[in-house]
Design a protein around this ligand. Structure first.
Ligand code: CU
Length: 311
């Protein structure tokens, strides 16, 4: 041990203090370090976190992939944090003024500086490789399950390998989401007689649902956390996302882009039902829309014949 690091043996206080303690300074430093690691591990345990600081998941494969990628990055970051902050805490404790010790100066230590530069670069490379390896499972929609609904294919948006998917066109507008169901829905929401709904989207479980997302006014952001990442709805563009619900249930979402005074009211709800329930719901929607259109047509005829409707 260099003289600078050796405890001041002539210091009576120091001698007395060393006699009083069963543990040496190194052991105490190691214990402090262990305490930091133990507390850190507790805080970072998945059960203790319970989605508190991690993205929600469990509703769809892409949400689970986002969650696991997040955990990998979180653990690497936590490891770096614990090592750096642990070294800092250890040094602060070991070389505190009261102990009258002088720490070794390591500035200019070429080997050490190369080591931590290379370590930082390796961490970045690992993060990049892991991220790019995971991306396809987040971006590309998989096939529906064998018991999922078999629907027609459309090649204008991301498509599962076997082509079967349910396409839902989402239109964001101040301050509600409109959903049109069916392969021909893009840019055709109002002319087609496809089933549609507002705020609550109804979809079948085990079926790959591809979302074509547009906006009619300002930028909104589609986000149902348990069913995958958030995607902006940008006027003039079509963006895409997908999900495949593992089970039936309700999944809550919220427009994630401040889009105006009532932005907070722009909630979304995805209701996942069985394929049979979806088919029944879809047929009922179509019937109701057809009957409503017929009523409007009759009203228009009456108003026109009475001269109360222009043109
Ligand atoms: Cu919005």
């Amino acid at each position: 041990m260099p003289p600078a690091l050796r405890p001041d043996v002539n210091d009576a206080k120091s001698r007395r203090r060393r006699r009083q303690h069963r543990w040496g300074p190194r052991a105490r430093g190691a214990i402090s370090m262990l305490a930091v690691v133990a507390v850190g591990s507790l805080i970072l345990a998945p059960q203790a976190l319970a989605n508190f600081i991690t993205p929600k998941s469990g509703g769809s494969p892409n949400a689970n992939q986002i969650h696991s990628l997040y955990l990998i990055v979180l653990y690497i970051a936590a490891f770096v944090f614990i090592v750096v902050e642990g070294a800092l805490a250890y040094s602060l404790f070991k070389f505190r003024a009261k102990k009258n010790k002088v720490a070794a100066q390591i500035h200019g230590n070429t080997r050490l500086e190369i080591a931590w530069t290379v370590a930082a670069a390796v961490i970045l490379v690992v993060l990049t490789v892991v991220t790019f390896a995971k991306l396809p499972s987040i971006v590309d929609p998989p096939n529906s399950d064998s018991d999922g609904l078999v629907l027609s294919a459309s090649l204008t948006s991301p498509t599962p390998p076997n082509g079967n998917k349910l396409t839902v066109c989402i239109q964001g507008r101040q301050f509600i989401w409109r959903y049109t169901y069916g392969g021909q829905c893009l840019n055709n929401s109002f002319n087609s007689k496809l089933p549609y709904s507002y705020q609550e989207m109804v979809v079948p479980e085990h079926t790959t649902v591809v979302l074509d997302i547009q906006s009619t006014d300002v930028i909104h952001s589609w986000w149902v956390p348990s069913l995958g990442g958030k995607v902006d709805a940008v006027p003039g563009y079509t963006t895409y996302s997908w999900f495949k619900a593992f089970h039936t249930g309700l999944f809550h979402g919220q427009c994630a882009q401040l889009c105006g005074t009532n932005h907070a009211a722009m909630t979304a709800l995805v209701k996942v039902v069985t394929p049979e329930q979806y088919t029944a719901w879809s047929q009922q929607q179509e019937q109701e829309i057809t009957s409503a259109n017929a009523q409007v047509g009759q009203l228009r005829q009456i108003l026109t014949s009475e001269g109360n409707l222009g043109g």
